[in-house]
Design a protein. Structure first.
Ligand code: ACO
Length: 461
């Protein structure tokens, strides 16, 4: 199969949010810490009876219904999530409920977990399946979803929630570029969830940021090397730089980190360049940083500031349009980077996107990270697959505007209720809530006038 990649993309986010400026006042921190310091505008959060199953059911149902797909046309479905609802049963098997009426049970794939990386692992698996001898000609669906919540304290404003479903197959408007992947994995305890009775992670904030930036450096180095060697085979000898990405999207724990990451990539280009011009242009005034080693710079505010300033325009052009969902809904964990992709597609014109290369950096604590790229198809004509994909995402800003704003105190109360019920798990009394949550979230997320095709019996919650 040719041009394997993403054909369609569906986004689900909660129907309510808190304003970060109000949260600053409520938390008693200095005004501007969350909004300017972290770059976050609003944070979406789930109601007490939503869970990972309801999020994923909703988003998959919508992908299939809005795309007028048949449930029989799907031969693989896998889920990337770190939101544990059961220690054995996968979210994937819950999603098989959606296939029941069609009779299609021949659907490969299961859940993948490592912090925010599971969605990317699932996407790679799905693309590999389509390119393999096991492929039976049908579509793959990749679902990523999470409920990102932190205990009260300095990490709480970096939460969020949501789910994204992607249709994967050949002749895609967003093609996964073959052979262009850089991965970095290592053992770290920067963010993890050792307490199975709590939804909250244990997180070492500063360490997690260092791990993220180190993984970015390593992935970019491998990606670049592979791109350069592909060029070399085609007789082209030149270094790969940020210029070779028209857009760059990142896993986005908070928007400020992404802006710093663009600066970090520029630092990589600068240190790799044989003789950069520091008298004029992009690298003007950066001569004092010339002899640095990447590994010595993770805590240097001076380096961070210099390269953030130098890369400001690059950030504005290549990355800023991708931060809509991240700044207004927060970190969704596994769907975070795919939310950036959706935002980019919603905010840029087809002409801007056609033929471009989108660099993508996915990071999951613990840690697993990859940089890869998507090539956007040249054909942006009305009715083309690219045009259809963009049209399906055009209402993203309006959908964000239509959410309900909730006061920080009510948000804190809902968090408390989740703490009290979380340990009940999916079995016992909670199983009613799972069904209720699933139907409930179908209904309240009816931004497109969406109605469930089928309804299970049971009381409404
Ligand atoms: N006005 C403007 N900016 C301000 C203000 C203010 N009044 N007050 C503080 N700031 C700035 C700070 O200078 C800092 O910016 P800088 O880093 O550019 O200097 C920024 O706001 C944040 O302030 P800190 O004091 O560094 O924040 P704190 O340490 O309290 O918490 C952290 C931030 C560590 C990110 C925390 O929210 C956290 O642990 N989050 C979860 C972990 C995380 O997301 N890690 C990222 C990768 S792993 C993952 O995806 C989960």
């Amino acid at each position: 199969p040719k041009d394997v990649g993403i054909l369609a993309l569906e986004v689900y986010f909660p129907a309510q949010y808190v304003e970060q400026s109000e949260l600053e006042r409520y938390d008693g921190v200095e005004a501007g810490k969350y909004t300017r310091g972290l770059g976050q505008q609003q944070m979406g959060f789930c109601a007490a009876h939503e869970d990972i199953n309801s999020l994923c059911l909703t988003v998959v149902q919508r992908l299939v219904e809005r795309g007028r797909l048949s449930w029989d046309a799907i031969g693989r479905l896998e889920v990337g999530t770190e939101t544990v609802i059961d220690k054995s049963k996968a979210v994937k098997t819950v999603l098989m409920e959606l296939f029941r009426e069609s009779g299609n049970t021949d659907v490969e794939g299961i859940d993948t977990t490592n912090a925010c990386y599971g969605g990317t692992a699932s996407l790679f698996n799905a693309a590999s399946w389509v390119e393999s001898s096991a492929w039976d000609g049908r579509y793959a669906v990749v679902v990523c979803g999470d409920i990102a919540v932190y205990a009260t304290g300095n990490a709480r404003p970096t939460g969020g929630a949501g789910a994204i479903a992607m249709l994967v197959g050949p002749n895609a408007p967003l093609v996964l570029e073959r052979g262009l992947r850089g991965t970095h994995m290592e053992h770290a305890y920067d963010f993890y969830k050792p307490d199975l009775s709590s939804e909250y992670p244990v997180v070492d904030g500063p360490l997690s940021i260092q791990c993220y930036l180190r993984a970015l450096d390593r992935c970019y180095a491998v990606y670049r090397r592979k791109a350069e060697s592909q060029w070399q085979q085609a007789g082209i000898k030149r270094p790969f730089t940020l210029d070779d990405f028209k857009f760059i999207i990142f896993h986005t724990p908070f928007c400020k980190l992404v802006q710093k990451s663009v600066g970090r990539l520029l630092l990589n280009d600068f240190l790799a360049a044989p003789s950069p011009d520091t008298a004029a242009g992009l690298y003007k005034g950066l001569q004092p940083f010339r002899g640095l080693k990447l590994e010595d710079t993770y805590t240097s505010k001076e380096v961070e500031k210099a390269f953030q300033t130098a890369s400001q325009e690059i950030f504005n052009q290549k990355t800023k349009p991708s931060l809509l969902l991240s700044s207004r809904n927060g970190n969704m964990y596994t769907p975070s980077m795919y939310g950036c992709l959706a935002s980019l597609l919603a905010q840029c014109s087809a002409q801007d996107l056609a033929g471009s290369r989108i660099g993508a950096f996915s990071y999951g604590s613990g840690l697993a990270a990859s940089m890869f790229s998507l090539r956007v198809s040249q054909d942006a004509a009305p009715g083309s697959p690219l045009d259809q994909l963009l049209s399906s995402l055009a209402d993203l800003p309006a959908r964000l505007d239509s959410r309900k704003r909730v006061a920080p105190q009510d948000f804190a109360d809902i968090m408390k209720r989740r703490e009290e019920t979380h340990h009940l798990g999916a079995g016992g009394s909670r199983s009613v809530l799972v069904v209720g949550g699933y139907r409930w979230s179908w209904k309240t997320s009816a931004v497109h006038g969406f109605r469930p095709a089928r309804s299970d019996s049971g009381a409404e919650s």
